[in-house]
Design a protein around this ligand. Structure first.
Ligand SMILES: [Zn+2]
Length: 251
């Protein structure tokens, strides 16, 4: 059976004691790719990709995020009928979210009812914090994504104007990182064309210029956004990540 990272393995940057046998996964063409990863990348069964957004009251994705992320993904995956975020349920909030609470609310609220030719990914905009407070987003089972919106604001808004300038890009970056895990990056179901997994932080890119770097689902992304502010912010997947996706898309 292919390795299916638990919630914690995807969330936490370092996974002491977990061995990843990269060479075997690259060479073994028979290793099954998780069906959700294939569904997101290829158009065989699903020609459209929808992000079903459930949110604790009042929370919404930044409008630019809702258009920028589909634009990025359209370049990477094969979805001729489009990619979109669709607002759905209003969720009950709480102060602290542990793994059991996340799994429970995810199971109770993911409708996955967008249509037979539509692949759905579940995005939850939650209040409160995760049990690891500087973790700003999580993803699991190539299906569910959580953004901890209160935690994002607590880390992104330092100076005057940050709430408007920095916070939307931090939110966008964390979301893109988690969608990367949905796509099987890095080495979480999507075979690596060339080895680009961080030896010290499993399931993340070794290159700090890639959005799949381990720190970018944590408060480390704030510095990344601020450093790039004078240039055009580039919160994308690096060439190695793009190659991994393309290998499945073009297979
Ligand atoms: Zn991650």
């Amino acid at each position: 059976m292919h390795k299916t990272p638990s919630l914690l393995l995807v969330l936490l940057g370092s996974t002491p004691g977990v061995e990843t046998d990269t060479s075997q996964e690259i060479d073994d063409d028979t290793t099954p790719i998780p069906s959700q990863v294939e569904a997101a990348i290829r158009a065989d069964t699903y020609t459209r990709w929808v992000f079903e957004v459930d949110a604790v009251g009042g929370r919404t994705l930044d409008a630019e995020t809702s258009t920028a992320i589909p634009q990025i993904l359209t370049q990477l995956v094969d979805k001729p009928d489009g990619i979109a975020f669709v607002s759905d349920d209003v969720l009950e909030g709480q102060l602290l979210w542990d793994d059991a609470a996340l799994r429970a609310i995810a199971e109770a609220t993911f409708d996955d009812d967008a249509g037979t030719d539509v692949h759905s990914t579940h995005v939850m905009l939650l209040d409160g914090t995760y049990t690891t407070p500087n973790v700003l987003g999580v993803a699991w089972e190539h299906t569910h994504v959580v953004l901890f919106t209160d935690a994002i604001v607590s880390f992104c808004a330092f100076g005057p104007g940050d709430a408007d300038r920095v916070c939307p890009l931090v939110e966008r970056g964390v979301l893109l990182h988690e969608i990367g895990h949905i796509l099987g990056l890095v080495n979480t179901g999507l075979p690596m064309v060339t080895d680009h997994e961080d030896p010290d932080n499993s399931y993340h890119d070794v290159d700090s210029d890639c959005i799949m770097y381990w720190a970018y689902e944590r408060d480390g992304i704030v510095q990344y956004v601020q450093n790039q502010w004078s240039n055009a912010p580039d919160l994308g997947f690096d060439e190695s990540c793009q190659d991994d996706i393309a290998a499945i898309r073009l297979r």
